[in-house]
Design a protein around this ligand. Structure first.
Ligand SMILES: Nc1ncnc2c1ncn2[C@@H]1O[C@H](COP(=O)(O)OP(=O)(O)OP(=O)(O)O)[C@@H](O)[C@H]1O
Length: 327
């Protein structure tokens, strides 16, 4: 029996097939992230998995039992599955502790642990109209967690949060998995949110799963340019442009496009093999610099920490072992 098993699930919205026969499974404690361009069907898929949207065909099974859609139950949703929407609402004019007490299904001790994990203990006496967006988000999350779900579906939880609140929420989500033993599924546009967190990434396009695999695999070996672009900057060199790299280890001019992430190019001393190029542009990104280097057959983007070069310099480049993929 699978923890969550979605089989050939589909949804038509206003005549458009927005989720198209999608199947996937999730194991207990497996951190699953879903990425995809806006409108690719991520939310619709998760809501169907959580019993919040009625599928037109196919089904989701949670711990072996079919998840009923909203047309089949009085109160939409599944008691074991919590869904944190992008558009959550907290009722105004209440104190935080009142809102939480209303839904709490845990012992006070366990609820207090949830409040600690969600970093909201200091907010319990506050009124809900006296909270920042990030604080509201964490309270909405705590409110779901004290209903004792086994699976938590997080739909773009980081949107509209600044770096500080985002950092706090990321720690909260990590602790939810580790300390509360709740399995999480996360939708996010931002590669920084999912690459270091997920065990498995699912890339969606046009209502279907385009690629699925561990973060490193999806990041370094995308099936196409769309999947490549979702997870960060990249170089895609046509067979003609790739001739600039002829002679470097691991480079095979096989008529396909060469895919290389910027950090997999390296600046190296002249060695007779490494192609030379002129530094066209340097930009500072905090923990690294990004260089645009003009090779004989086209420009590449590479990342370097503390590069001792300036615009106009001639540099030599190589490719890190395992850093080349062919699309
Ligand atoms: N209730 C609805 N009625 C009509 N169309 C809908 C409805 N809900 C979603 N859609 C459409 O279905 C498609 C998929 O929407 P969905 O919200 O699942 O995508 P998404 O990948 O989560 O997008 P985003 O990242 O912008 O949230 C979109 O084209 C959207 O406009």
């Amino acid at each position: 029996m699978q923890f969550l098993e979605v089989t050939k699930i589909s949804k038509i919205q206003q005549g458009v097939l927005v989720v198209n026969e999608v199947s996937f499974t999730q194991q207990p404690f497996q951190k699953l992230a879903i990425a995809g361009e806006t409108g690719s069907g991520k939310s619709t898929l998760l809501k169907m998995a959580g019993g919040l949207i009625q599928p037109d065909s196919g089904e989701a099974r949670f711990e072996g039992v079919r998840v009923k859609g909203p047309l089949e139950v009085l109160l939409p949703g599944h008691p074991g599955i919590a869904y944190l929407s992008q558009h959550f609402e907290l009722r105004n004019q209440y104190r935080v502790e009142e809102i939480l007490a209303y839904v709490n299904q845990l012992t006070q001790e366990s609820a207090d642990e949830v409040y600690e994990i969600c970093r909201i203990t200091h907010l319990l006496k506050r009124r809900t109209d006296a909270l920042s967006g990030g604080e509201k988000q964490r309270i909405a999350l705590a409110r779901l967690l004290i209903t004792a779900p086994k699976l938590l579906l997080l739909d773009e939880p980081f949107s509209n949060l600044d770096m500080i609140h985002k950092g706090v929420l990321k720690s909260v989500i990590r602790d939810i998995g580790n300390d509360l033993g709740i399995t999480c599924t996360l939708i996010s546009h931002d590669p920084q949110d999912i690459l270091s967190w997920a065990d498995e990434i699912m890339i969606m396009k046009d209502g279907q799963i385009l690629q699925q695999g561990p973060p490193e695999e999806v990041y370094l070996r995308p099936v196409n340019e769309y999947a490549a672009a979702l997870l960060g900057k990249y170089n895609l060199m046509s067979p003609a442009q790739a001739r600039s790299l002829d002679g470097l280890p691991d480079i095979h001019l096989n008529g396909r496009y060469l895919f290389i992430r910027p950090e997999n190019f390296m600046l190296v001393p002249e060695n007779g093999h490494a192609p030379a190029g002129k530094v066209k542009k340097i930009s500072f990104w905090g923990s690294y610099h990004e260089l645009e280097v003009l090779l004989p057959e086209g420009a590449i983007t590479l990342r370097a920490t503390h590069p001792q070069v300036k615009t106009g310099d001639i540099v030599h480049v190589s490719v890190a072992p395992g850093g080349v993929w062919y699309i």
